[in-house]
Ligand binder design. Structure first.
Ligand code: NOJ
Length: 510
């Protein structure tokens, strides 16, 4: 549990909801972006549209450019943005049930309407175009496609994704679909006990195969499961996320095993039923271990720590076995599993997605049997608006570097990165989110350090396109490049939207 408690985002906080200072227009235009960014952004947009400048030099003359063909994207997930929870035959998910239990969500909100992306997706694709992104990571809502979790599919549910995909293709934006971003059909929770049952893993594979069959004519990249570690620990151990369980250790370890198994089974189902050439992998919030000081011993120790502390997730997916330290940690509460399960879990994948927000540990070499120790975080260590989100830009270098070195991963996407911020509008409604820009600039510099050393990072997805439903924190934590006024649902660009657009246009850290 120690490992999981630090790997997730246990960020329950109560703060007053930020008042919106008057962003009232329903439509976003380029002029809005230029207004908030100053006139320089206008002049730049023409260059950005030409596809960027691969030789751009950063301030001080250092070449800070990314490889040509690098993908720049934004990310969202179904329950956090779609709304329309009862439309067109969608069944309930565990998040619908959970958010309606009093006391579960900090601001007593839910995802019933969220950003209303279900109806406003065309406008939202326009927002993406205005940023200049060439990729969009969204998730498919399992209960839209299979309202009962399994059995008869709901064609109207799938149609929403058909419409979205057509819009993206027409805009030249490459779709990356996540199949599970935590919205388990409630019926599977009721009927099978959700992830406590092995049958849920099988139902997931059936759903994955079906979606692959129907959508891989346009979707060429699929993320199987988003942040296995958080859905296990916060949903089933700490009782913070849906379904709000606090299972005993053995059951929790069994849930973890079923989730890993679901990943592996879905890989096989997508290969069997998807279009040949479809690329796939997980999107994981790997426990990020950073060498406290760059000595060869500390770097080795940080690598060892990474392998050990990700034992139930990336390590077993990429090595096909639970490592000794994982098994020692779970002890008599180990999950029951077969050798065949391990083969399935480690079915070959094409890439890994890494959700990188923060440092989990700073590591020093030690004389202990493990060979590493975690340096304690001082109380003055800086963090962003959310207290869990420490400011550790070098995480963006070490996460892909460890993955590439430890497991010889040939292709990596940063499937999420971003921060919430206070985002207090000025009297005119503008948002000068200098803290988000500071965060992004520094994280992207470390990403550029990674690509310039040849680490195989192929793209970056900013979390998130727009403010949305931030799980147990409700609408209080705002992660968007666009501000959403949750009374009117109007979107409005923050200064960081202009920063991101500028970065994409240069293909270099701006
Ligand atoms: C990771 C999750 O995948 C996403 O749903 C969440 O909103 C962000 N982190 C920010 O906490």
């Amino acid at each position: 549990m120690t490992q999981e408690a630090t790997a997730g985002h246990p960020s329950r906080r109560t703060r007053p909801v930020v008042e919106d200072g008057g962003a009232r227009s329903d439509r976003f235009s380029r002029r809005d972006l230029a207004k908030v960014a100053g006139s320089g952004a206008l002049g730049f947009s023409a260059r950005a549209a030409q596809g960027g400048d691969a030789t751009a030099a950063g301030e001080g003359g250092r070449d800070s450019s990314f490889p040509s063909g690098f993908l720049w994207g934004v990310a969202t997930s179904a329950y956090q943005v779609e709304g329309a929870v009862s439309e067109d035959g969608r069944g309930p998910s565990i998040w619908d049930r959970y958010t309606h239990i009093p006391g579960t969500i900090a601001d007593h909100s839910n995802g019933d309407v969220a950003c209303d992306h279900y109806h406003r997706y065309k406008d939202d694709v326009r927002l993406m175009k205005a940023l200049g992104v060439n990729a969009y990571r969204f998730s498919v809502a399992w209960p839209r496609v299979f309202p009962e979790g399994s059995g008869a599919p709901n064609p109207k549910g799938l149609d929403f994704y058909n419409r979205l995909l057509d819009e993206l293709m027409a805009s030249g934006i490459e779709p990356f679909a996540t199949l599970y971003h935590w919205d388990l059909p409630q019926r599977l929770q009721d009927r099978l006990g959700g992830w406590t049952s092995r049958d849920t893993a099988k139902a997931f594979a059936d759903y994955a195969g079906y979606v692959a069959q129907r959508l891989t004519d346009r979707v060429r990249h699929i993320f199987t499961i988003n942040e296995c570690s958080r859905l296990v620990s916060l949903g089933h151990g700490l009782g913070i996320d849906a379904p709000g369980l606090r299972l005993a250790r053995q059951q929790l370890n069994q849930v973890r095993h079923h989730v890993a198994l679901a990943h592996g089974l879905s890989v096989q189902a997508i290969r069997a039923r998807g279009r040949p050439g479809t690329k796939l992998g997980p999107a994981e919030n790997m426990v990020v271990c950073i060498p406290a000081i760059l000595t060869p011993e500390n770097i080795r120790a940080a690598e060892t720590a990474t392998r050990e502390l990700n034992g139930g997730y990336l390590t077993v997916m990429l090595e096909g076995k639970y490592n000794a330290s994982f098994l020692a940690q779970v002890g008599k509460d180990a999950p029951s599993y077969t050798a065949e399960d391990l083969k399935i879990i480690s079915s070959p994948i094409d890439f890994i997605g890494l959700n990188v927000y923060k440092a989990d540990h700073y590591i020093v070499a030690a004389d202990s049997a493990r060979g590493f120790a975690r340096a304690p975080f001082p109380s003055s260590f800086p963090h962003m608006e959310a207290s869990w989100l420490n400011f550790a830009p070098e995480a963006m270098y070490w996460a892909p570097r460890h993955a590439a070195r430890l497991w010889d991963v040939k292709s990596i996407y940063i499937s999420e990165n971003g921060t919430s911020a206070a985002d207090k509008p000025t009297a005119k409604g503008e948002i000068y989110d200098l803290d988000r820009i500071m965060y992004l600039r520094n994280y992207l510099l470390h990403l550029q350090r990674a690509t310039s050393e040849g680490l195989p990072v192929a793209g970056y997805f900013h979390w998130s396109l727009m403010d949305n439903f931030e799980w147990a924190d409700g609408y209080q934590e705002r992660f968007g490049l666009y501000r959403v006024d949750f009374d009117t649902l109007a979107r409005r660009p923050k200064l960081s939207a202009a920063f991101y657009r500028e970065t994409i246009g240069r293909n270099a850290v701006a």
